[in-house]
Design a protein around this ligand. Structure first.
Ligand code: AMP
Length: 465
């Protein structure tokens, strides 16, 4: 499936190409055409599947179709945490860069004044956490009576974090005649019921949930020094059962280096990453599918296009610093419920990443220590490092939604940085940019993706305009 088969407008196709996406992820391929038809969607997908674009792209296209001379709040996206809200707003800026739409983000824990000022200027798309939104609604500062397109993101986390009553109040204030996209990483009965109260004739769209992927994949970790990893890799690949293997590296250069090393050692190998021409990537993938190529070395972005069954092993040559990426990587094996094997090489600097992964998955990864390149001191360091969060995602206590940070942790489970300053409030939009731009489209004020920071991109009017 290609992006241009989904019914997206050329401006959005250009933006996805600018972002370096060669093809839609499964959740995008399943969601976008349905959403563009105007139908409700109940989507079961976790972070890392590309779900943000799955709802942002149709949101932008629908908002563009509905936008008039003045911005009017047409599209509402609610999400449980400020980090997610900021990320979604950034995604709207990325995917909407060739469009002429206003969007903003509101969440608690920061001053409301710039947010209110921005809302009063008018926006087409609003991203919000429930608490701040409800607060501003109750004071008459946000009106939802024109919303035609509503996205509820991470419904299960909303429930876990105690925001469901707020969400219900928000939904009550929306017009009954609207389109709803409902996303949740998991679909327990309570979430399904909630989805049914909000959606009409919804199409159900699901990609592998985190738990089913993890349960069928055997996961092991090999502690090794950084400079021993290549030898360890060869040692593993020499074993017979490693028939069709994807090796993940963090960088494009890293993947080239690993591929060269394997090639010199006589392995049939291909590397795929963003610097490779499309036809080189296609050739590599075809060889891999046919079984001519034993090892595919890939970066995370490039690997999104890999649609190959029967991958026997995924090897994390380097651990990802975002734990959700690990889950996404290992989901390349164990597809369709078949077993698979995920092997992670972990050097001293990556221990922290391993800890984050175990926290996210609630699972302790088995250590293999009978290999020739085992690093010294791995066991004690690990024993102290590994205390996976058995209670799962529910009680992480991260995020907010009611105006106060409750010990919030970001999605990667590490100390919470503030979201990018430019995303926090509308204060970043320079007042001068509101002056009519020469040649502004549809003879109205210029709109812009101001949220990308003070360097207004898109159709911003120059300060002198
Ligand atoms: P999400 O699940 O929405 O958090 O997306 C995870 C990551 O995948 C983000 O860094 C996106 O930029 C990236 N992404 C989304 N869609 C695609 C695509 N079609 N191809 C490659 N990367 C993508």
């Amino acid at each position: 499936m290609k992006f241009n088969e989904l019914g997206l407008m050329p401006e959005l196709l250009r933006a996805t190409a600018d972002a370096g996406y060669s093809e839609p992820t499964p959740i995008q391929a399943a969601t976008i055409p349905v959403a563009l038809r105007g139908q409700d969607v109940i989507g079961c997908a976790q972070t890392g599947t590309g779900k943000t674009a799955a709802f942002c792209l149709p949101a932008l296209q629908r908002a563009h179709a509905a936008s008039g001379t003045n911005a009017s709040l047409h599209t509402l996206i609610i999400t449980p945490t400020r980090e997610l809200a900021a990320q979604i707003n950034e995604s709207l800026a990325t995917y909407g860069r060739h469009l002429d739409l206003w969007h903003t983000v509101i969440f608690g824990g920061v001053s409301e004044k710039p947010q209110i000022a921005e809302l009063q200027r008018g926006v087409d798309i609003l991203v919000a956490t429930p608490g701040r939104l409800l607060d501003l609604m109750q004071r008459g500062l946000v009106k939802l009576n024109n919303v035609k397109f509503f996205v509820l993101d991470e419904a299960d986390r909303m429930l876990d974090m105690g925001f469901i009553q707020d969400v219900k109040k928000i939904v009550k204030a929306l017009p009954a005649q609207r389109q709803t996209l409902f996303f949740s990483a998991t679909m327990p009965a309570a979430i399904r019921q909630l989805a049914n109260t909000m959606c009409k004739n919804a199409e159900l769209v699901a990609v592998d949930p985190i738990s089913s992927t993890i349960e069928v994949v055997s996961q092991t970790v090999y502690f090794a020094e950084k400079d021993q990893k290549r030898q360890l890799l060869l040692h593993l690949l020499d074993q017979e059962e490693y028939r069709r293997v994807v090796v993940f590296t963090r960088t494009k250069h890293g993947s080239d280096r690993v591929a060269r090393h394997l090639e010199k050692a006589g392995k049939s190998v291909a590397a795929i990453h963003g610097n490779k021409a499309q036809n080189a990537r296609t050739r590599a993938l075809e060889g891999f599918k046919r079984g001519d190529v034993q090892v595919l070395v890939a970066t995370d972005i490039a690997a999104r296009g890999i649609d190959v069954d029967d991958i026997t092993h995924v090897i994390n040559f380097e651990l990802p610093n975002v734990p959700e990426t690990y889950v996404h990587r290992i989901g390349r094996t164990g597809r369709a419920g078949k077993g698979g094997s995920a092997i992670s090489m972990c050097d001293a600097e990556e221990r922290e990443y391993l800890r984050d992964i175990e926290r996210l998955t609630g699972k302790r990864i088995t250590v293999v220590s009978d290999h020739p390149y085992v690093s010294s001191g791995s066991a004690p360091a690990r024993a102290e490092a590994s205390q996976p969060r058995q209670e799962g995602r529910a009680s992480s206590g991260r995020g907010q939604g009611n105006g106060s940070m409750r010990g919030a942790l970001p999605r990667n489970g590490r100390a919470a940085p503030n979201p990018p300053a430019a995303s926090q409030s509308s204060g970043s939009r320079p007042a001068a940019a509101r002056a009519p731009a020469p040649g502004a489209s549809r003879g109205r004020r210029p709109r812009s993706n101001w949220s990308r920071g003070n360097n207004r991109t898109g159709r911003a009017a120059p300060a002198s305009a």
